[in-house]
Design a protein around this ligand. Structure first.
Ligand SMILES: Cc1ncc(COP(=O)(O)O)c(C=O)c1O
Length: 393
């Protein structure tokens, strides 16, 4: 007999490894300040001046209802429909947009909108560790399906093999956390064909949730295709937390496809408000909504990020590290020297360098470096990476 509901325990079980890592890391940095912190995607430099300016400006009330309850307000939804139509080349209407508390809020909304209790949701492995607890909270089941082991492409055979009559959503995360992979239009087209076939076979629609918070963080001129462009039964979630490197400001959206059959599009549009309200008023705080057009113009320095990626990859390669070359995101993913990421991460932590062991991604041989660090931090950390590679424990 437990006090809390089974879904609360299931969510806790799902996030337990990450939570344990988080507490160990917090205790370590409380004791000895980090030389370099490459763990979670948090800012290590002062926020963008344009972001601060916009927040200050829009926090100042101009009308009596400035801080009234807000939902899918006409101005920001119209603005975003225009932005998305230009960026993704589809004719979004304001009613296709739901303003949410970041990508988290949009993912939660998609789960509430689409999942019956007991439904299954396919997620990438390795992949972001919060799908599992969120699915558990929705009384649904996470089905991790491995990406291709070398290039981390979508493995269509593996996805086909994992689909059952309970499969309702396939999460596509491109650019992908933690590998930085961006899926080609051809790969997404092949997935779309598979899901069309499987949906028809089972008489039940399988949706794609396109988790795109890193959509604008791309390197080397690599193009981005949203799965929505090739599969109408797609919902997009987006967050400004990555491009502004300000995840403590909860601003994002869920987008409904303009290419859905009209009756289904209208149904989802109609349900937007009720689902957001039922999910604890899942709408960004009012100043963020007013600031949206200003924030849309702001971005972290992607050229600097690309430079840091190259600096780190070059240095690590010379010491024998086998890393992937990310096409996007701010992560580097690779094999831990010695093949035991927990031991490797602890060794680095003793040297004041904090990385994420692959154990938190269910890939214990690998590790992740988050490059939201400044140049000085990267330079300070390199000798420790060199030494840790020499003495794999
Ligand atoms: C793949 C992925 N999806 C969604 C999110 C959630 O983004 P936000 O916290 O901005 O809502 C994250 C954040 O780390 C992520 O990495």
């Amino acid at each position: 007999m437990t006090a809390a509901a089974s879904r609360a325990h299931a969510a806790a079980d799902s996030i337990a490894t990450v939570e344990a890592f988080f507490h160990r890391y917090r205790a370590a940095v409380a004791q000895t300040p980090a030389v370099a912190d490459f763990t979670f995607g948090n800012p290590q430099e002062m926020p963008l001046p344009g972001l601060v300016q916009a927040l200050k400006h829009h926090a100042e009330p101009k009308t009596v209802d400035w801080f009234a309850y807000k939902s899918n307000e006409t101005d920001p939804c119209t603005f975003l429909a225009g932005v998305l139509s230009d960026e993704l080349g589809m004719p979004f209407a304001p009613e296709d947009i739901a303003l949410t508390k970041g990508a988290f809020g949009a993912i939660k909304m998609a789960f509430t909108m689409l999942l019956e209790p007991g439904d299954e949701c396919i997620v990438p492995l390795p992949g972001w560790f919060c799908y599992g607890p969120m699915l558990a909270a929705a009384s649904a089941t996470e089905v991790p399906v491995p990406l291709e082991p070398e290039g981390f492409d979508l493995d269509l055979n593996a996805i086909a093999g994992a689909i059952t009559e309970r499969t309702r959503i396939v999460v596509v995360n491109s650019p992908h956390n933690p590998t930085g992979r961006i899926y080609s239009r051809e790969a997404l087209q092949a997935l779309a064909e598979l899901l069309e076939t499987k949906s028809a076979e089972q008489g039940r629609r399988i949706w794609i949730l396109s988790d795109e918070p890193y959509r604008r963080i791309r390197f080397d001129g690599v193009e981005f295709t949203s799965p929505m462009a090739v599969y109408p039964h797609t919902l997009i979630d987006y967050s400004y937390g990555k491009i502004l490197l300000a995840p403590g400001l909860r601003l994002g959206y869920l987008a409904i496809s303009p290419q859905l059959p009209p009756a289904e599009r209208a149904e989802l549009q109609r349900l937007r408000f009720a689902v957001q309200m039922a999910d604890a008023w899942n709408v960004p705080d009012a100043p963020l909504l007013y600031a949206l057009p200003d924030l849309e113009r702001e971005t972290i320095d992607i050229a600097a990020l690309e430079r840091r990626r190259d600096r780190m990859l070059g240095a690590l390669a010379q010491w024998g590290y086998r890393m992937t070359r990310p096409e996007g995101t701010f992560y580097l993913w690779g094999r831990a020297p010695g093949g035991d990421s927990a031991t490797f991460a602890e060794d680095l932590a003793r040297r004041g360098i904090h990385v994420m062991p692959g154990t938190v991604f269910d890939r214990p041989t690998d590790f992740r470096i988050c490059l939201t660090a400044d140049d000085a931090m990267i330079e300070a950390a390199l000798p420790a990476f060199r030494d840790a590679a020499r003495t794999p424990s």
